[in-house]
Design a protein around this ligand. Structure first.
Ligand code: MEV
Length: 303
């Protein structure tokens, strides 16, 4: 029997554009999903996905792993999650990565993190149709990463000291796939408009990377604000997300933006430690829920 875990993620900069080959910055968080696998003497696999309502990712990961490595034993899989799958912390990718990592350890396949990334990304992409793989990278490697998926995948760890994110949940679960498709449709209809937005987002990602590496958090906050404005222009923000962002900024945050696909889920904000409480209260005042989350350096691991 083997138990592994993988962290959830928060997009810091670059969501949506990253699906089209532009770079993004994504962070692993201290909320994890746990997957236990064991061989059972039965005719079929047993899958029990507690805390993960969409069990397709575990099922597909298991099928894909068995097919790839010609495994014929029956497997029992159970999951446990330290976060709700309604908040947009990348539970699908985290559970996929933890499942592949757990099977890897159970069958002693000695896969590298790179292999775990590739297998997990195939599974997520097959189910979602479109996916950048940035959240898969966060779940595999941990920490804050600069990520780009073009002909080849770039995953670069960012050394930026400790950044404290404030996370406000909108109360609305976003349907990531629907919003990705909405952007795909917009892209097909108004290619130049959307491409311009993506290019501007990618410039912010490069700038943001520079500020993070130089620990210039206030300037980094400005990049977050500009990125939020571009996501708003792309049509993926909501009134509630905009309201929480404004509340955070009015309370003294350096930067705030929606994180992830948009359409609901969370905003992230950064600001001086002295203003943390005020920013959190301001977000709550407009109806947001503060979720206590920190960035985690740990990627997937065996427990
Ligand atoms: C969703 O968390 C982020 C998107 O960029 C999709 C993706 O990267 O796969 C919208």
């Amino acid at each position: 029997m083997v138990t592994t875990s993988a962290p959830g993620k928060l997009f810091i900069l670059g969501e949506h554009a990253v699906v089209y080959g532009y770079p993004a910055i994504v962070a692993a968080i201290n909320k994890r999903i746990f997957v236990t696998t064991r061989i059972v003497i039965k005719n079929s696999d047993e899958i029990n996905t507690l805390g993960v309502s969409d069990n397709r990712f575990v099922r597909q990961a298991l099928l894909y792993f068995k097919k790839t490595f010609q495994i014929h034993e029956s497997i029992a899989i159970t999951t446990r999650s330290a976060f709700s799958d309604t908040v947009g912390f990348g539970s699908s990718s985290a559970v996929t990565v933890a499942t592949i990592a757990s099977l890897n350890a159970l069958f002693q396949r000695k896969l590298s993190n790179n292999d775990i990334f590739n297998l997990s990304y195939d599974v997520v992409k097959n189910i979602q149709g479109v996916a950048s793989g940035a959240d898969v990278a966060a779940s595999v490697y941990g920490g804050i990463t600069y990520y780009q998926k073009k002909e080849k995948t770039v995953v670069k760890k960012i050394e930026c000291g400790k950044i404290h994110l404030i996370v406000g949940y909108s109360g609305v679960k976003a349907d990531t796939v629907t919003i990705i498709k909405k952007v795909v449709n917009l892209y097909e209809g108004k290619k130049a408009f959307v491409e311009n937005i993506f290019v501007d987002i990618s410039l912010l990602v490069e700038k943001g990377l520079h500020h993070l590496e130089h620990k210039e958090y206030e300037q980094f906050g400005t990049c977050m604000n500009k990125n939020h404005a571009l996501l708003h222009k792309l049509g993926v923000s909501t009134l509630m997300l905009d309201t929480m962002v404004k509340a955070a900024l009015d309370a003294g945050a350096w930067g705030a933006k929606l994180s992830g696909a948009g359409g609901g889920d969370c905003i992230i904000a950064i600001g001086p430690q002295s203003k943390k409480q005020k920013i959190e209260e301001a977000i709550e005042h407009v109806g947001g829920e503060i979720i206590d989350v920190s960035i985690s350096l740990e990627g997937t691991k065996i427990i």
